[in-house]
Design a protein around this ligand. Structure first.
Ligand SMILES: [Zn+2]
Length: 270
């Protein structure tokens, strides 16, 4: 699943191609991608220009002239921009026809992605965005410590809890625990204020580095479309050997998510 850095890369790339483009028609081939009434979605979005593309956590927000819609790629959703003469690819569920003749296709083999109309200016106060915690860049050390102090969840799982902090998924949660040198199963309330602040700073660093790598990896749309699943340099996720001590990386399942850690560098503290 694309996480904050990948969605940010998708946002930046889409922006280059779509700003001020007018949507003149929409086809929806799979109704469930639209959260809400499909005809209403089409009516609202048609004949509006894309004024900006924003992001919160793993959500993209297309800001139009008088409305907005949010788009969540979930597992495998991606966007592809095609010229008018190009055939619509397989697994395309929504096509936005643009005034320039290009078309923006939403492609999703798993069909888990969703789009939803939200208020033009107050989308942060509406579902689903109002349920999200702040991003690592914006949460204060105090706010994060308060959340950790009252939770007995493993650190890895609180990192995945989008209502505490938004944007971190399984891959980067593993990487953050590795950088913090903490066993991912350590209970959140066992962390001192100092450790929670270290975790906050590491989260920012991991996100920023991945965004920077994404930006250098993707310059345009290739034949696979723009899904942001670029190869970032990872230290522990899916690795066999720890890059620091060369001990074997262990894989366990934590809440059904593949959890990779180095038992030598990431000591158990609970
Ligand atoms: Zn190690």
């Amino acid at each position: 699943m694309p996480e904050l850095p990948e969605v940010e890369t998708v946002r930046q790339t889409l922006r280059q191609f779509l700003l001020l483009e007018k949507i003149i028609n929409i086809d929806v081939y799979y109704d469930r991608i639209i959260d809400g009434d499909v005809e209403e979605f089409k009516t609202i979005v048609t004949n509006q220009r894309i004024m900006e593309i924003d992001r919160l956590g793993k959500y993209l927000i297309f800001i139009l002239e008088s409305d907005s819609f949010v788009s969540h790629l979930r597992m495998e959703g991606k966007y592809h921009i095609l010229d008018s003469y190009e055939a619509i690819p397989k697994h395309t569920h929504v096509v936005f026809y643009l005034e320039s003749g290009k078309k923006l296709c939403y492609i999703d083999t798993r069909k888990f992605g969703r789009m939803k109309i939200v208020n033009r200016d107050h989308y942060l106060e509406q579902a689903p965005l109002n349920k999200l915690g702040k991003e690592p860049f914006h949460i204060t050390s105090e706010e994060l410590y308060t959340a950790f102090k009252k939770s007995t969840l493993p650190v890895k799982m609180i990192l995945l809890d989008q209502s505490v902090m938004s944007g971190i998924g399984n891959i980067y949660a593993n990487e953050i625990c590795f950088e913090l040198k903490i066993d991912p199963r350590t209970k959140a309330n066992r962390l001192s204020k100092k450790r929670v602040d270290e975790l906050r700073l590491i989260s920012i660093d991991v996100m920023q580095k991945a965004i920077a790598q994404g930006g250098t990896t993707i310059h345009s749309f290739d034949s696979n479309g723009i899904h942001g699943l670029f190869q970032v340099q990872l230290s522990v996720h899916t690795k066999k050997e720890c890059p620091v001590c060369h001990h074997e990386v262990r894989k366990i399942m934590l809440n059904q998510r593949g959890t990779y850690f180095c038992p030598h560098c990431q000591k158990r503290r609970y």
